[in-house]
Design a protein around this ligand. Structure first.
Ligand code: GLN
Length: 554
């Protein structure tokens, strides 16, 4: 039978509940347990995919094509269980399901209420998430903070669940904030006392408090927290700021978190073995070299918008014994006059994106990287802009564009499939605006890789990666693009869509565009072959450039 750990948050958001949950899962996994994670999001959006990355961070995509909260990315990077659609749900999805049942008459005319109908639905969704994989423990992270109106039905649902399942099958972990007040020179425990009070008001007594602070919390303060919150002193665990998230599992283990959870859940296991985490932290802290990558995108606020991408680059750094520094270049400000600023970087990356803003700057970045033999990696939109660039400047197709940015372009080298099939007269054009969130190519698909290509050296015969996009390289232009020198190095097995484009080795040392999102599958353990190759190319470029500079000086 699966046991449940419910993780709630208090005081403020952004304390790292996702990392805390994933870390607990990782330690339990290292004790030989099978673990999964489920994220409950207390907002009314049905589809996290349509939410702004500005507000909400990146949209993480699973193999089965679910657009989910970015915490699922942390989960996949920390544990081996793969996430599915059912590992993340929102209040919007719960209500949608309840209302559909009501419309169908499933409730037989009864009054439909938050309790029990919505709370029952939540419990059913949690169970479904846990059952999606065969596991010993399911860790359920409840988004939002205790005291929010939005979170209440979730908290009530998991309280009921723990009552039904019994105390040895459920545990509650509450993440809270202990601020350091500089003027007083003190850590303040009052907000923690209040948030636990709130939690106990709704009938939840936490077994563990994870106390976030900028420093370790001294024993006397921990005892005070224990006394006021009715949590055993060894259940009051300190979670201080660290420079790498990969230190968190060891930090929590040292304070006995996993031991306490296993005792509560009556799980007999071997002791935790965190050696691979220690090794990882050692690698992160002792790089032999450093590379700097220019990321040309429209989110330059170092936010969570490119979370998985940043992680994938870091992982690739670890596997090259290098620290990867990412400098954000706002593509909206890039123009012919200042594009030479890219010369100081070891490589250029254009990430995924939607909408017209900053696109011309991205095309310019691709052109600069091509002409100056800077390693270039284009991801999704980054592949599309590279294709447009080659079409315009090597293929003689002036004004080439994606119909996403210029619907009237004379050369729609990137377009919706319906649009380019339209030219054949085969398929009726559909209103692209009508179904935002519903018309994307989503999830994992496989492609055959062309022998002898750079992609083949990286991936071998077949590449299976995850997608999240609407527009595709237009089949009717492929021949022209190939004549212009673009290599189409992978094509999907089923629909024969373009997946990878590159420049041949004679022309450019490393220039690759991929229609998919490889970053979602990178883990710190194995890295990801595409990113590992790319960072290696950046290191090689750095070495070559240093050689040129030395020669010039001599
Ligand atoms: N906007 C492009 C499309 O929809 C690229 C999407 C992306 O980069 N994820 O096809």
């Amino acid at each position: 039978m699966t046991k449940f750990v419910f993780v709630t948050g208090g005081v403020v958001s952004s304390l790292g509940k996702g990392i805390a949950s994933a870390s607990l899962a990782a330690i339990l996994e290292s004790r030989g347990l099978k673990v999964t994670l489920i994220k409950l999001d207390p907002y009314l959006n049905v589809d996290p995919g349509t939410m702004s990355p500005f507000q909400h961070g990146e949209v993480f995509v699973t193999d089965d094509g679910a657009e989910t909260d970015l915490d699922l990315g942390h989960y996949e990077r920390f544990i081996t269980t793969r996430m599915k659609k059912s590992n993340n749900f929102t209040t919007g999805q719960i209500y949608k399901s309840v209302l559909e049942k009501e419309r169908r008459g499933d409730y037989l005319g009864k009054t439909v209420q938050v309790i029990p109908h919505v709370t029952n639905e939540i419990q059913a969704f949690v169970k479904r998430g846990a059952e999606a994989s065969v596991v010993d423990v399911a860790i359920v992270e409840i988004g939002g903070t205790v005291g929010d109106i939005e979170s209440l039905p979730f908290l009530e649902a998991v309280r009921q669940m723990s009552l039904k399942l019994g105390p040895s099958n459920t545990a509650f972990v509450h993440l809270t904030y202990v601020p350091w007040i500089a003027a007083a020179g003190e850590l303040k425990t009052k907000p923690t006392q209040h948030t636990v009070q709130k939690l106990r008001e709704i009938g939840i007594q936490p077994d563990v408090l994870l106390c976030r602070a900028d420093r370790a919390i001294p024993d006397d303060e921990r005892e005070k927290i224990s006394l006021f919150t009715n949590v055993l002193p060894h259940g009051v665990i300190s979670m201080w700021d660290v420079d790498t998230i990969y230190k968190v599992p060891r930090m929590l283990h040292e304070q006995g978190l996993d031991e306490l959870i296993c005792m509560k859940l009556q799980l007999l296991t071997k002791p935790a073995d965190l050696r691979r985490w220690d090794k990882l932290v050692h690698e992160v802290e002792h790089p032999a070299r450093e590379v700097t990558i220019a990321m040309c995108g429209k989110y330059t606020d170092l936010s969570d918008s490119y979370k998985s991408l940043n992680e994938a680059l870091r992982h690739a750094g670890i596997h090259n014994h290098a620290r990867v520094k990412i400098d954000y270049v706002d593509s909206e400000t890039l123009d012919e006059k200042n594009v030479a600023q890219l010369a100081k970087f070891d490589a250029v990356l254009v990430p995924g994106g939607f909408g017209k803003r900053g696109v011309e700057g991205k095309i310019l970045a691709a052109q600069y990287a091509r002409e100056h033999k800077l390693p270039y990696l284009g991801i999704c939109l980054g592949m599309q802009v590279a294709t447009i660039e080659v079409a315009r400047h090597l293929g003689g197709l002036a004004g080439a564009n994606s119909t996403e940015f210029d619907p009237a372009t004379p050369h729609p080298v990137i377009a919706l499939i319906d649009e380019w099939q339209d030219r054949d007269g085969t398929i009726q054009k559909r209103d692209a605006q009508s179904d935002l969130g519903g018309t994307m190519r989503l999830g994992a698909q496989s492609s055959d890789v062309k022998a002898g290509s750079l992609a083949h050296r990286i991936y071998g015969n077949v590449v299976t990666e995850r997608h999240r996009h609407r527009y595709e390289a237009n089949e009717h232009y492929l021949e022209r693009l190939q004549q212009a020198g673009l290599v189409i190095s992978a094509i999907t097995q089923r629909e024969k869509l373009t997946e990878i484009v590159e420049l041949p080795a004679e022309v450019h040392p490393w220039f690759v565009g991929v229609q998919f999102h490889p970053e979602f599958k990178s883990t710190p353990w194995d890295g990801h072959p595409l990113f590992i190759h790319y960072v290696k190319a950046a290191l090689d470029h750095q070495t070559a450039r240093a050689g040129v500079i030395e020669k010039a000086a001599a």
